[in-house]
Design a protein around this ligand. Structure first.
Ligand SMILES: C[S@@+](CC[C@H](N)C(=O)[O-])C[C@H]1O[C@@H](n2cnc3c(N)ncnc32)[C@H](O)[C@@H]1O
Length: 359
């Protein structure tokens, strides 16, 4: 294990070399990237040396909202305050309980007027993870049977596909999975217009591929369309606002499916951006309250029911041994930056990143 960490650290350092290659000075007009730099200064001594010697290569475009010209407008009614948008979502889904639930999402995408989760730019927390936490997650290339290959990534419930394109720019071969046919149209349109906003992150690795597939996360039929085989498994799965989009009775199946789709390898990672962490459970959803302990209990016991208290909070049982097939949490931190909705009124990040692996 220690050897593997050392190896990963070396890889992360050489990867940082790619990220830190230009001589562009930092300015206060680069807030997101500056924050990434600050976190780099805090967490990575080797990166600190590189920063002092070379200064930071700032690739700002993916973190700024590009001009949007799309038939499904970004976010629809973006004027709504968060609480009102959440109340409206809850009302909408009261008509789509149980087996009809995923159709509730498809209906919102088909109307295209009310997509309050749709930020139109990739997650700063994912970017921070890819840039600053290579010591945990490695990078986009892997060796298999003595040959290098790109890691295969999955973004289930990818929405407009922004995080798919971000992972592609870091060199991953990425599948964006969506149940809603109109979300896929939005992905394809966005990809056509904005591929240039996601420049290659490391010339040595280059860009991977990005493909958008229609399918239900819980079913197998989309797997053969991935091009990775009908038993496809992924080296990286990224969950953002997918767990919290699930009704509570769906969570055991969510955890079981994640464990099934993640490659059983010490180099394969499920990355969960934990959100919303401070919403009261009684408020319902979507998004449903998703503090770290909710992910922890479900992924430690995939497919099993988890207990909730009278207020709707997940009950932790730290003494219960993990179940067979459980994933193990190998990293847990607060990202240097995240979307505004994941911060409190003072701008303090409330989200967490958790990295999970097969044991
Ligand atoms: C809250 S949205 C998040 C979208 C995206 N991750 C983002 O951050 O913009 C949840 C997405 O999951 C999709 N979805 C819901 N259930 C699904 C399922 N069973 N399989 C695939 N996608 C699903 C919905 O269509 C919706 O676009």
């Amino acid at each position: 294990m220690r050897n593997q960490v050392r190896l990963n650290t070396r890889r992360a350092t050489s990867y940082c070399r790619g990220v830190l290659r230009s001589h562009q000075p930092l300015t206060s007009s680069q807030p997101a990237t500056s924050r990434l730099l600050r976190s780099q200064l805090l967490v990575e001594p080797q990166a600190r040396l590189k920063i002092q010697n070379h200064r930071l290569s700032t690739v700002v475009t993916p973190f700024t909202r590009p001009a949007i010209r799309m038939s499904i407008p970004l976010g629809g009614r973006t004027d709504l305050p968060v609480e009102e948008a959440r109340a409206e979502l809850k009302r909408h889904f009261s008509d789509y309980q149980g087996p009809k639930y995923a159709d509730g999402w498809a209906d919102l995408w088909a109307k295209g007027e009310f997509l309050p989760w749709d930020r139109g730019n990739p997650s700063p927390a994912l970017a921070d993870t890819l840039i600053n936490h290579g010591d945990v997650i490695g990078h986009a290339m892997i060796e298999e049977d003595g040959q290098p290959r790109r890691k295969r990534a999955l973004v289930p419930g990818c929405g407009r596909g922004v995080d798919v394109l971000l992972l592609q720019s870091f060199g991953y071969d990425v599948i964006g999975l969506e149940y809603a046919p109109d979300a896929l149209k939005a992905c394809e349109e966005y990809q056509k217009e904005h591929a240039g906003d996601y420049p290659v992150r490391d010339e040595k690795i280059g860009k991977g591929s990005a493909r958008f597939l229609q399918g239900d996360f819980y079913m197998d039929d989309w797997l053969e369309k991935t091009g990775f085989g009908k038993d496809a498994k992924f080296d990286l799965i990224y969950d953002y606002t997918f767990f919290c989009a699930m009704q509570l009775p769906m969570r055991p199946a969510w955890a079981k499916r994640m464990a099934e789709l993640l490659r059983p390898s010490p180099q394969a990672n499920l990355i969960c951006l934990e959100f919303p962490t401070s919403k009261p459970a009684m408020a319902g959803g979507p998004p449903f309250a998703s503090p770290p302990k909710a992910y922890f209990e479900h992924l430690s016991h995939p497919g099993e029911e988890v207990k909730y208290d009278a207020e709707g909070n997940v009950k932790m049982n730290p003494l219960a041994p993990s179940s067979p097939g459980a994933l193990e949490r190998v990293g847990h931190w607060q990202p240097a930056d995240t979307h505004k909705v994941g911060k409190d009124a003072e701008g303090k990040v409330q989200d967490w990143i958790a990295v999970w692996r097969h044991r």
